[in-house]
Ligand binder design. Structure first.
Ligand SMILES: *Cc1c(COP(=O)(O)O)cnc(C)c1O
Length: 415
């Protein structure tokens, strides 16, 4: 039995459950929405759970296998453990240290997204230190202009991400001359969670146009072009991932116009996603510990709060103001709070709720991405939520992140 009630009964709460069939559906849906031949990078930061990642690694007749977009030594380990080859990974991020680069190159990563001239030099130096002759880099671009439709922009303004596009023509000769690494293309990621299909298409159109222009005007080589994403999926509220009925045709038209040689396969094209692939697969089951009234307001106190879900709420763009819950009759109102000793442990203020009593289990839907590892796990010292992955009727794994060894004494400690 893999109903939520049965799982909560068996494994206790708080409990994350991942339906791996939904991960597979997300993978197939996104490959189907993209033109033939597109590659898809799974952003490990969304959820590094080994079974979720493995489900994205496994291609089938209906859609290809994802590659891994990773940004740390830990995410590289997670990707390798989930069955990705190091050669299938794209290593990104604005703060890659020499130690991380050494580790990545030694373990076989050969493709990096670089955010500056110095970042590229660091990658080249790591390749030379380890005699890796085939290390390649994508230049992440911070576009000077954006498509007008985007609400959440990571480009067009000063940023730790990407090389300012207007500086590329002057900088390109130096970038192409960096020893140890070959520049093979561009990486754009300008938007998360596009508000609708038109906004998404415009953003991707802008990415393709810009890359084509930089190839023409700045001599940027384009063998591999990662145009980013922005594929949308609800977070912690009921709903389903967006459907993209015209994206494929629109993108084909955009590519035909700006990079027509994509048809002969001389350019590898890629997109990336975290939430669209994994978001719908996960639910958080959390138990009601207490229900109390205070001055006319109801507080439903759960055994999971921002230590288990939504710890990124400081970055409002990643979260709605409040979670929603799955239920039949949402005819009561109350605030959902967690067990932590801070008024900040609020999952939803005055939201629609079913009638709840201690011992009941509440389901927060659509938290397969940005759940456990995006939360304040160590804050106030509760164990991490248990995580169960299932496919159909079969439980594939039950596990829990152990973060509690954070104060293991390191060498040089007196005590
Ligand atoms: C976070 C991130 C993603 C994934 O974003 P989603 O909104 O989850 O699809 C993809 N690419 C890069 C570079 C990112 O930083």
């Amino acid at each position: 039995m893999t109903t939520h009630a049965a799982l909560a009964e068996r494994f206790g709460t708080p409990l994350y459950v991942y339906d791996l069939d939904k991960v597979t559906e997300g993978r197939r849906a996104l490959f189907a929405a993209l033109p033939e031949g597109f590659e898809l990078f799974y952003a490990f930061k969304a959820n590094p759970h080994p079974d979720v990642a493995r489900a994205l690694r496994e291609g089938d007749g209906e859609g290809g296998a994802c590659r891994a977009e990773i940004s740390s030594t830990g995410e590289l380990t997670a990707a390798l453990e989930a069955g990705f080859a190091a050669g299938e990974c794209l290593y990104t991020g604005p703060g890659k240290t020499d130690a991380e680069l050494d580790d990545a190159v030694v373990r076989g990563v050969r493709l990096f997204s670089v955010e500056s001239h110095t970042d590229l030099r660091h990658v080249g130096a790591a390749a030379l230190r380890h005699g890796a002759a085939d290390v390649r880099a994508l230049l992440r671009i911070n576009s000077a202009t954006g498509s007008a439709t985007t609400s959440i922009r990571m480009t067009g303004r000063p940023s730790q991400f990407g090389i300012d596009s207007e500086t590329l023509p002057a900088l390109m000769p130096q970038l192409l001359a960096v020893p140890g690494v070959r520049v093979v293309g561009a990486h754009l990621f300008t938007m998360s969670n596009a508000k609708n299909e038109d906004a998404l298409v415009e953003e991707l159109r802008h990415a393709v146009e810009l890359a084509a222009r930089l190839e023409r005007e700045a001599g940027l080589p384009i063998e591999l072009l990662d145009i980013g994403g922005g594929f949308s999926s609800p977070y912690a509220v009921p709903g389903t991932r967006a459907r993209y009925d015209k994206l494929r045709t629109e993108l084909e038209g955009i590519l035909d116009l700006h990079l027509p040689r994509w048809r002969d396969g001389s350019i590898t094209l890629a997109c990336e996603s975290g939430r669209y692939l994994a978001g719908e697969s996960g639910s958080l089951l959390t138990g009601v510990v207490n229900v109390k009234e205070s001055r006319g307001s109801r507080f439903v106190i759960l055994d999971a709060g921002i230590n288990a879900v939504g710890g990124l709420s400081g970055l409002g763009r990643l979260l709605p103001a409040a979670v929603g819950v799955d239920g039949e009759d949402l005819d009561e109102t109350g605030s959902l709070v967690g067990p932590l000793c801070t008024p900040g442990d609020l999952l939803g203020r005055d939201i629609a709720l079913p009638a709840l009593a201690p011992g009941d289990v509440v389901t927060v839907p659509n938290v397969g991405a940005y759940g456990v590892t995006a939360s304040l796990l160590a804050f106030l010292g509760r164990p991490a939520p248990t995580e169960v992955a299932f496919r159909g009727d079969r439980i594939v794994s039950v596990s829990r992140i152990d973060y509690r060894r954070v104060h293991e004494p390191l060498e040089g400690t007196d005590r």
